[in-house]
Write a protein that binds this ligand. Structure first.
Ligand code: C5P
Length: 403
């Protein structure tokens, strides 16, 4: 799935060492389906060549408003008129200062002043420059002018220092630009999500678990952040990166057992929506051994199981009523081997939740594809087979309407 299909992005590059990441960024934007038109400042050309950017994007690179070889000498107006967004990566402290004052003394700044599309900046500079009151003043002015600042991040800097001012990585910038274009139906809302499997220890090296890659839960977390929510993701053992971490809109708690997941979730019920996507182990081992159990010939050990708490049921019980509605709005998930709709709806009623989502498949756990059936009191609705992120976006819009 390409999340920037048909989007026209003007990619501005200003003079800073992070410009070496601009070619990779252009490539990633194009892989997501965007067409990329590059505009470079004079200083940017000290770090990356226009030929590189031209070869990667397949478009001529604009460098100056005085270039008489451009057929339309009102290029600054034209470029911004046809664009869906101007993204400047990297954005130097100097460029931030100019843009915050509305200066227009080269093609890129003129383009920004003449634009009628959103402007997104990814600051990149030495930490002293970032922390300087002048730069902070520029950042505040730009934000109050409706300009979106992505980053900067903290970390190692080209100058050898460590601190705030690093440009976000191209993958993070691409993820955030995609998020920028999504419908903001959950702004100001808090979303709690459980995802992945749980693991119940038998001894220090063995345990029982459920099949679950965590992909669906993580896709819902990403879609909720994209929609503007503040997300708390409680993840069982799974090897997935936290989506959109750089936005500051997501926190992650890693847990292992169902009991730990239960405690973490019940500590976080002050939210608007709860998605219980985790495949929670129904039973744990009553007394996990402190040391590895030794094999006793062909004799199997006698393991005593205890039922785990039902996280979804307990969060639903803890729900509070606000304005005649119950919060959090609880959404369960159901994977069944037979009679999916019947069993899922029974589960919905038994757990006292307004909505349950049935996984129709494909059967292979860990797949990037899925097909869903959404069941609530008003009936059933299928969401056709697609990538999990696409399904998650549709589900988020459906649930946003309910609250
Ligand atoms: O009861 P069952 O496991 O079939 O129901 C599935 C739904 O309940 C899922 O949303 C799952 O995350 C949630 N669940 C839970 N705690 C459990 C078992 C299931 O939150 N102990």
């Amino acid at each position: 799935m390409q999340s920037l299909l048909n989007k026209k992005i003007v990619l501005g590059i200003s003079g800073g060492i992070a410009a070496y990441k601009a070619p990779e960024l252009a490539r990633q934007l194009m892989q997501e389906g965007a067409s990329v038109q590059v505009v470079m400042t004079e200083a940017a050309q000290q770090f990356v060549t226009p030929v590189t950017m031209q070869a990667l994007t397949g478009n001529p690179v604009y460098l100056s408003q005085w270039d008489s070889s451009i057929p339309n000498n009102m290029a600054h107006i034209e470029l911004s008129r046809s664009a869906d967004a101007i993204l400047i990566a990297p954005t130097s402290a100097d460029l931030m200062a100019k843009l915050s004052l509305g200066l227009a003394d080269d093609l890129l700044t003129t383009l920004c002043l003449a634009r009628d599309c959103p402007l997104l900046l990814t600051p990149a500079m030495n930490k002293q420059m970032w922390e300087h009151t002048a730069t902070q003043r520029s950042a505040q002015r730009l934000a109050s002018d409706g300009v979106t600042l992505l980053g900067p991040a903290s970390g190692f800097q080209a100058c050898g220092e460590v601190g705030m001012g690093r440009m976000l990585e191209p993958a993070e910038i691409t993820e955030q630009l995609i998020a920028f274009f999504q419908k903001k139906s959950l702004t100001g809302k808090k979303v709690l999500i459980t995802a992945g499997p749980t693991f119940e220890a038998i001894d220090p090296v063995r345990g029982i678990t459920n099949h679950s890659s965590g992909k669906m839960g993580f896709a819902i977390a990403r879609a909720a952040v994209e929609a503007g929510a503040q997300v708390h993701l409680i993840a069982g053992p799974c090897d997935l990166d936290t989506p959109l971490l750089a936005t500051g809109q997501i926190t992650r708690t890693n847990v292992v057992s169902a009991k730990e997941m239960h405690a973490a979730a019940l500590n976080a019920t002050d939210c608007d929506i709860f998605f219980a996507v985790a495949a929670v182990a129904d039973w744990g081992i009553a007394k996990p051994a402190k040391e590895k159990l030794k094999r006793q010939g062909n004799q199997a050990p006698n393991l005593e199981f205890v039922a785990n708490p039902d996280i979804l049921l307990d969060v639903a019980k803890a729900a509070k009523t606000k304005g005649g509605k119950s919060y959090p709005y609880c959404v369960g998930f159901a994977a069944e081997s037979n009679d999916l709709e019947k069993h899922a709806d029974e589960k919905r009623k038994r757990k006292g939740i307004p909505m349950i989502v049935g996984n129709i498949g494909p059967d292979t756990f860990g797949s990037d594809l899925n097909q869903l059936i959404v069941i609530d009191a008003s009936g059933n609705r299928k969401i056709a087979k697609a990538e999990k992120l696409q399904l998650a976006r549709q589900l988020i819009q459906l649930v946003a309407k309910k609250i």
